[in-house]
Each structure stands twice: as structure tokens, then as C-alpha cells.
Design a protein around this ligand. Structure first.
Ligand code: AMP
Length: 596
């Protein structure tokens, strides 16, 4: 890999993007050749390749694997054995993925130069945005970014989430202080390990600079919304700090205190009054644009399971500014960027960058997984897998990567659909993570099916000025037959409470049946014909339950940046907690329709 090419910025970055996507096939072959040359002598590769670095032989000899197959090799390195088990270059850290295996976070190997690849992708974002929204260099970005405390592996190697690694690394901390990198959050606040203190200070800094903020966001929509909800609970303290010019005494992190005191150099009662008058003015609808009047867009991942947050973001922004989704990445490898950032969040496609790793695709003939669970693609025959430039528009695939750090034909577990091409590089819609979240009998409901059916039923809520804040699910087999349980947190959106129709049994029962009607054929057959699945149940939980659930997962080691509400709850602790917050339960009143 030519290190210099990875540093391109601005116009040069866009030109380089054109070159890479025009020559996608050649770039991919070159990347694979380079990985094989560097890593051919590793224990893992030599087992299959017997010294060959031939690309064609790689494709026929090396198996397509899941985490379970590579985990023993990774574990040996984590325990102190040499990196050469899987990588020709030293593995410098393990990245803890949000994917788990046997209840533990998966460890992904990373080498020093991976950070250049990540930086290369980040450096593309502003040149792309600048094509659509000029003038972003004339103000600040309020990005709420968080790190997580690290737990070293048995041999003392850092093990941390990829974003923690990035923010703590040289590239982020010594980023050029150019106008496109002008963040409201002091680095000390981003790097503060206490999530409460970090969020408090970052919001405070964002409020202090409220008239200069041109864009705001977080990595995932869930983290951004959590911050807005934190603001809803803490704005009085934040405004008091601005009024007095003194930082709240609950902020004890010394580096945060010193960075924030520079921002709070003198009391600013006028700014505090502005904030108080906005925040105390009843409804929080549109609060984002009121507090940050010059903001031109909100940036966050809104695809996949994050799509459910779009209505909440539209509520808080009053749909006045675009919601922008810029990139698709993982701990294993950074994948691609959205070249049309102002498109509707539901239409987002990512162009995979051919220089990030070597990409292959397992065709999923069953597409959206009706009936055949996507999880059923267990063993993958090598000749079925297709290369990046050979995918077909409209088709569904599971993504497979080969990385410099030592993952070979590794199944990421994401399902993508080809939506088009940019030059010769395909563009993909993110569909879902390959999984089945709910199953009682022969029915298999994956995350996307569940999400789609809930989206249909949400319309019933919205017609009653109610919004679904968050949801998760569980297969309850304590009843016979077992049934699907959905935990729902609902919020009222109306300013005029006299207009709210009281939450009645019929509305929630209608939601239950609307969900069942939009679940797949097999589910409806099991319910109506086989009677092997019982009526679907919605359990309404108290306000704030899902935030508290997130706290539980974070206390157990999840990262706040990468946290995504699990769409299905397996953990008995989490389930017990959710059940303790249930206000009322509603069941589907009839069988869904099913025609043989
Ligand atoms: P992690 O390994 O914890 O960083 O999680 C990576 C996973 O997050 C990916 O494999 C996807 O499932 C999901 N993800 C990352 N970026 C996006 C995106 N832009 N849209 C949807 N899902 C995403």
C-alpha cells in the first residue's frame, strides 16, 4: 500500500476516489496480492496456501469463515503469542467489536497502519460534504464523541473499541487544526473515560459555541439522541455554569476541568438566558434548530437498525435540516462512504472503497430472508463467492473481508443490497445484520423483518400523537405455545395534551395485529394454521427504561459510541430489568390472515 496515497485530502481526495472506483477491479487484485505477499508465511495462511501467493489459489483454497474459526488464533495472540500466527506485521491492539461470541465481545486484530486507512476514509467526508453544502469551514462542528475505558488482553495488549482507539491515536489528537476540523468539544472532554462527565462537558461546549455550530451529530443516531435526552435533564445546570462562568462541581476529571475552564473564562448571563428561555419553553420539538440556529445538518449512522431513530431526530429538529449518514465501517475494516449525503436517510447507499481491504460477497438468493433465515447460509462453497466488481444490481449479499491485519475471507455478518455503481465500484444499501432475532417454531424473523413490521404499526401510534422511542423483543417460550414479546417505550409528541387520545387497549391491540399482519408467510401460518405460535404481545415500559437498559449494557462493557439497543434480548438480567418496568401488556386480539 502506498502510504502517501492514504493521506490525500480535499480535491485530491476526490480525484483519488475517482481513480480508485474507476480501477476497482485492479485495485482489489493489487490489495489481495499485497496481503498475500505480506502475510503468506503466517501460520494461518500457510496452512492453506503452502507458500503460494497466487490470488486464484487463495480463492479456491482458503475457506470462508466466521469468528468461531479464527477466534483460537486471535486468542493465542491476545495471550501473548507472536502476531505471525495470522499477520506479517505486528498486531498492535485488539479491537473489541459490538458483535459478540459466546456472550463475549469479539476481538479483531489491528496493525499500526490500519489507522492510516481509517484516517483516509475520514478525510474523504468533508470534501464530499463540501460539494453539497459549501461554507462548512466557516464555523464549528458539534460532534459528540466518546471513548471507553480499556481492558488489556492477558498479555497486556490494548483491547478497546475501534473509535476509542482512533480518538486516542495520534491522527485524531494531532489532526491539522484546519477549519474543517474545528470541533466544539475539547479533546479532553472526548477522551474523558466517565461518560456522564464527557457528555456534560461536550454539551456545555456545544452550548457555549451555539451560534457558531454549522453541523452536529454523533457516530450512531442512538448516541446523539441519548445526548439530547441528557440535555433535557441537565440544561439547568449547564445554563448555570455558563451564567456563573464556573464548571459544575460534579465534573471531577482534571483534564476536563482545565479544558472547560478555558471555555468558561468569564460569566455569560446573556447566553445563559437565551438557553434557559429556549429550553424552558414547553415542547422540545425542534429544539436542535433552536439551540443551534446555524446548524445545516445532523450527522449520524441512520441506516440498519438505526433507521428507527429517524422520527425522533425529525421531531427534535422539526425536520428542518437534513439527516446525513456518511460512512459505513466496522472494527474489522472500514468499508465505504455515502457519495450522496443529502439523500433521504432511507435511500442511503455506501460506495465500498476498493483500497480498504479485499471484499467478497456471498450471494443470498433469498434476499430479504422470507422464510429462509439469512442465518441458514452456514457452509459457504468457495466458488459461490463473488468479487467486488462482480456483484449484480438489486441482488443481496453477505459481506466477506480479507484484511491486512489477519482476517481471511471473514464473514462480517452484514447483509447488503447492490443499489448501483459509482464508476466501477458497487454501491450498497445496508439491509441488516445477518441474524434471526425471533423464532418460536418454523418461523424465523430477522431484524429487518421485525423492524419493517414495527414501522407499519408505528403509523397507528403517530396518528395518535405518539412516537415509539425505542423497542426490543424477546421470544417468550414460558407460555405454550411460545410467542413474540415486544417491549415498547412510547412518548407523546403533542404540545396540546387535550388532543391526546388516552392510550387505550384497542390502539395497542391494533398495533399487535398490524405487526403480525406484516410478518412473513411462515410466521402467519404458524400463528393461524399450525397454532404453533401464540398471539404477539406488546409490553409497554416506563419512560427512560431503554436509557437505563443502555446503562446496564455499558456497565457490562459495551461502548457508549458503538452501543446499539439489542433488537432481541437474551440476557436474563436485561430481561428481568425490562419486565420490572412494564406498565401494561397488550395481546393480539385475533389470528393474522394467512392464505394457503
Ligand atoms: P462494530 O464492529 O462494533 O464497530 O460494529 C460494526 C457493525 O455496525 C457493522 O458490521 C454494521 O453491522 C454496523 N454498522 C456500521 N456502520 C453502519 C452503517 N453506516 N449503517 C448500518 N450499520 C452500520
Amino acid at each position: 500500500m502506498d502510504g502517501k496515497k492514504l493521506e490525500y485530502k480535499g480535491e485530491n481526495a476526490l480525484r483519488e476516489l475517482e481513480r480508485l472506483t474507476m480501477n476497482a477491479r485492479e485495485v482489489q487484485e493489487m490489495i489481495l496480492k499485497e496481503i498475500l505477499t505480506r502475510n503468506g508465511a503466517t501460520e494461518y495462511l500457510s496452512k492453506y496456501m503452502e507458500g503460494s501467493t497466487d490470488v486464484a489459489e487463495y480463492k479456491c483454497r482458503v475457506p470462508v469463515i466466521t469468528y468461531d474459526e479464527i477466534q483460537p488464533y486471535i486468542q493465542r495472540i491476545a495471550n501473548g503469542e507472536d502476531s505471525s500466527i495470522i499477520s506479517g506485521y505486528p498486531i498492535t491492539e485488539m479491537l473489541t467489536s459490538s458483535g459478540t461470541s459466546g456472550g463475549e465481545p469479539r476481538l479483531m486484530p489491528s496493525i499500526a497502519e490500519d489507522i492510516d486507512r481509517r484516517t483516509y476514509l475520514y478525510n474523504l467526508i468533508m470534501p464530499i460534504m463540501n460539494q453539497y453544502i459549501p461554507g462548512l469551514d466557516k464555523g464549528k462542528a458539534m460532534y459528540l464523541l466518546f471513548v471507553k475505558a480499556e481492558t488489556p488482553t492477558a498479555c497486556g495488549m490494548p483491547a478497546r473499541p475501534v473509535l476509542t482507539s482512533y480518538y486516542k491515536g495520534q491522527h485524531f489528537r494531532h489532526r491539522p487544526r484546519d477549519p474543517f476540523n474545528d470541533y466544539t468539544s475539547p479533546d479532553a472532554a472526548i477522551l474523558c473515560p466517565g461518560s456522564h462527565q464527557s457528555m456534560y462537558c461536550q454539551l456545555l461546549a456545544g452550548l457555549i459555541h451555539r451560534h457558531h455550530v454549522l453541523r452536529l451529530g454523533a457516530v450512531f443516531a442512538s448516541a446523539f439522541l441519548r445526548s439530547i435526552s441528557f440535555l433535557e435533564c441537565n440544561w439547568i445546570d449547564l445554563a448555570n455554569d455558563i451564567r456563573s462562568g464556573r464548571l459544575n462541581s460534579t465534573i471531577t476529571d482534571e483534564e476536563c476541568r482545565s479544558a472547560m475552564s478555558a471555555l468558561l473564562a468569564s460569566p455569560n448571563p446573556m447566553l445563559a438566558d437565551e438557553i434557559e428561555s429556549i429550553c424552558s419553553n414547553g415542547s422540545w420539538k425542534g429544539i436542535i434548530c433552536k439551540l443551534w440556529p446555524k446548524a445545516k445538518y445532523i450527522e449520524a449512522v441512520l441506516t440498519g437498525s438505526m433507521a428507527q431513530y429517524i422520527p425522533m431526530l425529525e421531531y427534535y429538529s422539526d425536520a428542518k435540516i437534513p439527516l446525513v449518514c456518511v460512512m459505513y465501517a466496522s472494527s474489522e475494516c472500514y468499508f465505504g462512504v455515502n457519495l450522496r449525503p443529502l439523500c433521504d436517510p432511507m435511500e442511503v447507499s455506501y460506495t465500498l472503497l476498493p483500497n480498504m481491504g479485499y471484499f467478497e460477497f456471498i450471494p443470498l438468493e433469498d434476499g430479504l430472508g422470507l422464510g429462509l433465515g439469512l442465518d441458514q447460509v452456514k457452509e459457504v462453497e468457495n466458488d459461490k463467492v463473488v468479487g467486488l466488481v462482480d456483484v449484480k444490481i438489486g441482488c443481496y449479499y453477505e459481506l466477506v473481508v480479507t484484511t491486512f491485519a489477519g482476517l481471511y475471507r471473514y464473514r462480517i455478518g452484514d447483509v447488503l443490497q447492490v443499489s448501483g455503481f459509482h464508476n466501477n465500484a458497487p454501491q450498497f444499501r445496508f439491509i441488516c445484520r445477518r441474524n434471526v432475532v425471533l423464532s418460536v417454531d418454523l418461523d424465523k424473523t430477522n431484524e429487518e423483518d421485525l423492524h419493517k413490521s414495527i414501522t407499519t404499526s408505528k403509523k397507528l401510534l403517530e396518528a395518535n400523537n405518539l412516537i415509539l422511542v425505542e423497542y426490543t423483543s424477546h421470544t417468550d417460550t414460558s407460555t405454550i405455545p411460545g410467542h413474540y414479546v415486544l417491549f415498547w417505550e412510547i412518548k407523546c409528541t403533542s404540545d396540546d395534551t387535550s388532543q391526546i387520545i388516552p392510550l387505550d387497549d384497542h390502539l395497542l391491540q391494533d398495533c399487535c395485529i398490524a405487526i403480525e399482519e406484516s410478518l412473513d408467510y411462515i410466521y402467519r401460518r404458524c400463528r393461524s394454521n399450525d397454532k404453533s405460535v401464540g398471539p404477539l404481545e406488546i409490553r409497554l415500559v416506563e419512560a427512560g427504561t431503554f436509557e437505563a437498559l443502555m446503562d446496564i449494557f455499558i456497565s457490562q462493557g459495551s461502548s457508549i459510541n458503538q452501543y446499539k439497543t439489542p433488537r432481541c434480548i437474551e440476557s436474563s438480567v436485561a430481561l428481568k430489568f425490562l419486565n420490572s418496568k412494564v406498565r401494561s401488556c397488550f395481546f393480539s386480539p385475533r389470528d393474522p390472515t394467512w392464505n394457503p
